[in-house]
Design a protein around this ligand. Structure first.
Ligand code: ATP
Length: 306
């Protein structure tokens, strides 16, 4: 598969701070790649370098084979972006905004504009002034602007910030459709849950350093804990029985009727046999693995502190 974006040893230093520290990753054609990291991790700084808004201190960025420093114009010709909020004129209609943007970004004809309006699902409202648009509609119009010149790579910095759940869902669907048609997408977020449903791979960044590049399945396989929850009629009876018969077990008792076994053994028969012999009624066995979010939090040093 061909590489649309290749980043090698990229750093950004301001004063004595390394905002981004020798990161390397790549994005393939038609891939949705999530750039994931807690607040202040260095996502925006990275993206600003990728779209030519900031200079790197060291390292290289290549977009569709063009080095961003040596061949700035050809590299950036292949990029569409919304960094922070899309820049829109509120007193112009959606269509006038697109036309204005088209004039600025090169020869783009009316047919392409109409195609974009359809693609971002704004046909019915495109004649209205943008100041009357909801945040979700503005975001879709911004996406339309970014796509007018049919870029191979779309770069989005936290694009669903502030959108309601239905706005997020629509936006997600749009991105999935674009990727299916071959557009590569780099999308940043500080929330794994926002990326989970669309990305092929994620790159985790923390304090400017690259932690890992992984598919969601690979991340999931790094789950740290595994627990078994036994739903029983009497936790006291079950606890007494298991502590005597299996003192090696790590048991916890949190909720009414539930006994928690951390890292249970592979074969459960001896445990269940002991409980049955002690006349404990077992209603349900529940297995819990650490979630992807837990894996991410572990990698980045626990929940964020504002
Ligand atoms: N111009 C600057 N000078 C010095 N430090 C900066 C500058 N811009 C950003 N920083 C710092 O660099 C770090 C990375 O910031 P960046 O905005 O790239 O993070 P982020 O991952 O995008 O976070 P968020 O999710 O909060 O937007 C932060 O600690 C930030 O305070």
């Amino acid at each position: 598969m061909s590489l649309v974006l290749e980043v090698n040893g990229l750093s950004k230093k301001i004063g004595e701070s390394m905002l981004v520290n020798k990161i390397s990753f790549s994005v393939q054609k038609g891939e949705i790649f999530g750039l994931l990291g807690p607040n202040g991790a260095g996502k925006t700084t990275t993206i600003r370098m990728l779209v030519g808004l900031a200079r790197s201190t060291e390292g290289t960025i290549s977009i569709c084979g063009h080095d961003i420093q040596r061949d700035h114009r050809n590299a950036l010709k292949n990029v569409g972006t919304i960094v922070e909020n899309p820049e829109l004129y509120p007193y112009l209609s959606g269509l006038e905004n697109l036309r204005q943007f088209a004039r600025l970004s090169g020869p783009i004809n009316e047919a392409r504009i109409a195609e974009i309006v359809k693609l971002v699902g704004l046909e019915e409202r495109i004649g209205e002034k943008v100041k009357r648009y909801s945040l979700g509609m503005r975001q879709r119009l911004g996406l339309g602007q970014a796509l007018l010149h049919n870029p191979a790579l779309l770069i989005l910095d936290e694009p669903t910030n502030g959108l309601d759940p239905s706005g997020i869902r629509e936006f997600r669907q749009l991105l999935l459709n674009l990727a299916k048609q071959g557009t590569s997408i780099l999308i940043s977020s500080h929330l794994l849950a926002e990326l989970e449903q669309i990305v092929d791979r994620v790159g985790v960044i923390h304090r400017g350093k690259w932690i890992t590049t992984a598919t969601l399945a690979e991340l999931s396989s790094q789950s740290k804990f595994n627990r078994l929850i036994l739903h029983v009629d009497s936790v006291d009876k079950a606890l007494l029985c298991l502590k005597t018969a299996h003192p090696e077990l790590e048991l916890r008792h949190e909720n009414l009727g539930q006994l928690i076994l951390e890292e249970p053994p592979k074969v459960l028969n001896p445990i269940l046999d002991s409980l049955l012999q002690a006349n404990v009624q077992i209603f349900k066995l529940e297995v819990q693995k650490s979630s992807l979010e837990d894996v991410f939090l572990t990698m980045t040093g626990g929940p964020e502190h504002a």
